[in-house]
Every structure is written in structure tokens, then in C-alpha cells.
Write a protein that binds this ligand. Sequence first.
Ligand code: UGA
Length: 463
Amino acid sequence: MPVNRIPNESLGGPTCAVIAHKNPHLKVTIVDINATRIAAWNSDNLPIYEPGLDEVVKECRGRNLFFSTDVDAAIIESDLIFVSVNTPTKVKGVGAGYAADLKWVESATRHIARVATSDKIVVEKSTVPCRTAQSMRVILEANSTANLKFDILSNPEFLAEGTAIPDLMKPDRVLIGSLDTDRGRSAAASLADVYAGWVPRSQIITMNLWSSELSKLAANAILAQRISSINALSAICEATGADVDEVSYACGLDTRIGPKFLKASVGFGGSCFQKDILNLVYLSESLHLPEVAAYWKQVVEMNEYQKRRFTNRIISKLFNTLTGKRIALFGFAFKKDTGDTRESAAITLAKYFLAESALVSIYDPKVDESQIWMDLSEPGVESNLDAIKKQVTICDSAYSAAEGADCVVIATEWEEFRVENLDYKKIYDSMQKPAFLFDGRLIIDSKKLEDIGFQVEVIGKGS
Ligand code: UGA
């Protein structure tokens, strides 16, 4: 059974590559109108970095995994089509700043309807607001030229960046939503057979379409809510002398709570959490549920508060002014082991420091220099970038970033920033005195750094 995929930024590729890897009897074609991306997929330099992805692609490419720009041909020959396109937050119009922009989902759906010459199962893989599948179904049925049957399934993705391949190989669950009709159930069974190539049947869950769509938003909202909850507690810890790591450990031992996603931080980032929660907020508002909308919005507001609070602590410790002081920012990615900076807390911190007229030296082992400039400047405003370049230096090591700095701020939990992996004595010697270190990720051993001479401030721990 041929399986095809309409493009996406990051998750569709790994998912379909693993489907091909685990189902050698299926032909999987990944299509994208962007020829450069397809050329990269067909080269030794894949367009996204995920540990383990190269091996999977190398094994199947040309066997049963193909990459192509011929979208029409792929639609015509396939039985199952994953629509895995971007659903960014709308930047203008109704719901701007909250609602998902579904233009790519709609155009991909119309494309399938226009080109298909046989019945298709269309799988909604992008994260979408509840009831998008219904719109896709209406579009498919209204635009199909021949008398074709389209079945719509929802099959949300739960992989995290940096661990995409292990997450796909051993998923906690696979969710398939379908209409509660004989055709719907049979389409769901066909997709379940694909996953059964490697996932135990007991972990392949079927449910109604809307439950499946909502479950994706709900899972991300609950994960983000845990982080905002522990971050809210971190503020209480700092004020009382409690230690947030100890509180998190104590709570996590309760099997009903569990230990994961309870690490306090300077704030969650990434392309999904904030976007999906704001989607949920917009959905709640459109359903006339303002209290529900306010509840979820608070998760994002707490995240913003955490970044402001951390910055205020830095200002206050640095004798209430950052003007002309040099801040070494360790880490720019939204989490370790990725070069992705989308919604990274480090961007907000850097902008706060710049607004306080500080000089900022940034080092991240994986983020490109051009990306940092893009993240710090306003799109299209040349003069703004020139001004920023006067205050910001991008460095090629933690040591050069720290040279002459008044403080080090750890924004990303890269392993190389741990005490055992960096020569903090060398860093201390090269800094202004008193030398401050602010740990926004709880990764350093404060005692060891205090012994060197640092003044250490850790999120969720009192001074
Ligand atoms: C997240 C979800 O974890 C995936 O299940 C989901 O499929 C994905 O979004 C998506 O919707 O595509 P991801 O954004 O890659 O995955 O990253 P996470 O590992 O969830 O981390 C998100 C942010 O939370 C990072 O900034 C991380 O540093 C932060 N975090 C995470 C904490 O501050 N504390 C924690 O305990 C855990």
C-alpha cells in the first residue's frame, strides 16, 4: 500500500521515515513543493538534525522510501496520505496571536481533492484545533471531481525534538481518531496496521476524531502546565529558603504525580507549547468558555513572569543596574541537544538585557550565528540590527563569552555547561569581580562554584 506525505517543517519526515523502516512492504513517498528541501532529503545532509535519523533514512531511501517534489503523482498513487503541514499561530486577522493558521492544511486538502483519482484515507498529522478534520472532510467531498470516497483520520504526533527517533520507535501510545462509522473504523484499522509493524496493538488507541484532535492540544497543555506549576513554586522557594529540586523530587515520588517534567527552569520554549496553549485559549473563547480560556492562558503568563522574574533578580544582584555591564549568556537554544531557538527563553532574556543597556556575549554550541541575529532583531528593520550589533557579541566558546563579563547566565541546560565539563576557575579568573553566575536551569553545583569565588544564584533556590 503506497503511503504519502504532504510537507511539514520537522516532524513528518522522521515519522514517515520510521514507518518505511518498520514496514518494508509499504512504499512511502515524502513530498514537498520546496525543491531545496527535497534535494537535502536525497543527499547526505538531511534538512533536519535528529540523532538516529540518518541511519533510518540511509537504510530505506531508494528501497521503499522516496523523496519527491511531484506532489500530484504521489497523491494519485497512494492509498493513505499524511497531511503534515505547518500550522503556525496567526499573525493578523481574527484570532491573531492565538489561533492556528490553517491555510496550509486547507490548501493541501484542496490539492488532494483536485488530483485524486481513487479513494483515499487522509490522515491529519499536523497539530490542529478541534474539529479541523470536519472542515477537511467537507472540502474533500465538495471538491472531488469523480465519485470518490475520502476517509479522514486524526493521528497526532507526540515526539519531542532531539529524541524524535527513539520517541517514534517506542511511543507511549499511538492515537488514531476516526468517525464512528463502519468506513471510519475500517480506515482507522488500516492505519493501525501500519503502526502495528512495530508498536504493540495495546498501545494503538482508537477514538473519535474530535477526542483525538483535542488530546494532542491537551497533552501539550498539561505538560506545559506542570512546568509553569513548578516554576510558580520556584518563586516561593526563592522567597522562603526551600529548594525547588527537593520539592520537585518529593512531589514526583508520588506515583500519581510522577517525576517527569517537573524541572524548574527560566521558562519553557519550543515551537509547540505556547502555540498549542494559545490555540486552546482561542478555542475556549470561541466556545464561550472564558473561565477555561483564562485558566490555560495563565500557564503562558506564568512562563513570561518567570523570565521577567529571573531578569529582575539579575538586575537586583548586579547592584540595580546593567548599563554597560557585560553578561555572558550560556545557551541560546530552547533546550539542550537542538539548534532550534523557537520561543527560546534565551531570546527573551537577551532582549531584556539589551533594554537595560547591557552588553551581551552569547555562546551556544549548536545555534548558528545568523539565527541569533535574526532572533534578536525585528524582521526587516536594518537599523535595529545595527544597534543590536553594538551591544551583542556572538562567541565560539563559553570561555570567550565569559571574558571580562560581570556575570554568567545559564539559559540552556547543555551538558558542557556543567561544573565537571567546563573549567570554571579559568572562567572566574577572566571575569570582573565580584563574579556572578545565575543558573536558570539548575545544572551547576553551586558549592563548587562558591568555593572558586563565584556569587551563585540559582532559580528556585534562595541566595
Ligand atoms: C513537546 C512535547 O514534549 C512533545 O510531546 C510534543 O510532541 C511536541 O512538543 C510537539 O507538540 O511537537 P518539544 O517542544 O520538542 O516537545 O520539547 P520538550 O522536551 O517538551 O521541552 C519543551 C520546553 O520545556 C523546553 O524549553 C524545555 O527545556 C522545557 N522543560 C521541559 C522544562 O523547563 N522543564 C521540564 O521539566 C521539561
